[in-house]
Ligand binder design. Structure first.
Ligand SMILES: [Zn+2]
Ligand SMILES: [Zn+2]
Length: 259
């Protein structure tokens, strides 16, 4: 059976409170060996949820930080808490952080400032940075360069081949979500073809972005298998190879144990 790592999922969130055990069981049955549980929002509460899950479930790890949507909520106390939690053994990355100029839920200056602050925190903690970037490619690449981010991932990649090439040149991994299966995402599939096999990751970003063939509705980690099929088709490689290589890559980036 194929093995997968869901390198970015939000299964700690309230959307799964009613049936989390079933959701996780379906994922394990579909071959998901490890879950990188990312804090979804800007509050300590979402970070605490990710941490608790990672501490409770042997196949879950946590990425902690503040989404760019909520950059305006970041204060010193929150940063100090994240800095302290970053030392916990179940924490494998800092994020998701970055820039979202599509929604602009926080002022861009705040997004830029907090992105830099989390990049510095990740470097100081020797943890990879999990980057969210939407409609903000130039500023994202500039900050990554200026902050000398060497280990990290552009998660849920939505750009074309040129941005992918620059991300790879910076030493980053590039992670593809259900978007790679969407009919109108030709540019994203072309980007995937430019990323070397050793830098590709798979994710669901659930509860968002349910892939084809059942687009829409609540997504869940079991569907990483459908993302793998979409990525394999996009880059014209066998799906077994995509599963194997992306699993190795996620374990290398987040320093997860092999099972
Ligand atoms: Zn994101
Ligand atoms: Zn996310």
């Amino acid at each position: 059976m194929r093995s997968f790592v869901d390198s970015h999922c939000h299964v700690g969130e309230a959307e799964y409170d009613a049936d989390r055990a079933e959701v996780m069981a379906r994922a394990r049955a579909a071959g998901v060996r490890q879950f990188v549980v990312t804090a979804a929002g800007g509050t300590l509460e979402t970070n605490r949820r990710a941490l608790e899950l990672a501490e409770r479930e042997p196949d879950c790890w946590a990425v902690i930080g503040v989404h760019p949507h909520d950059a305006k909520l970041v204060d010193e106390a929150l940063i100090e808490r994240i800095r302290a939690w970053a030392r916990l053994p179940r924490v494998v990355g800092i994020g998701e952080t970055g820039l979202d100029y599509h929604y602009d839920h926080s002022p861009r200056e705040r997004q830029l400032a907090e992105f830099r602050r989390f990049a510095a925190l990740a470097r100081e903690a020797s943890l990879p940075l999990v980057v969210h970037s939407r409609a903000a490619a130039d500023d994202t690449l500039r900050v990554l360069r200026e902050e000398r981010v060497e280990a990290g991932v552009m998660h849920c990649f939505t750009y074309g081949p040129e941005v992918a090439r620059q991300a790879v040149d910076l030493g980053l991994y590039v992670s593809f979500s259900g978007i790679v299966t969407f009919r109108n995402a030709g540019d994203v599939r072309e980007a995937a073809r430019r990323v070397p096999l050793e830098r590709l990751l798979l994710e669901t970003d659930c509860p968002y972005l349910a892939p084809e063939p059942k687009r829409g509705g609540r997504n869940e980690p079991a569907r990483v298998a459908d993302v793998a099929l979409g990525l394999a088709a996009a880059i014209a490689r066998p799906v077994d190879e995509v599963a194997e290589r992306t699993t190795e890559n996620a374990r290398r980036l987040f320093r997860l144990p092999a099972d």
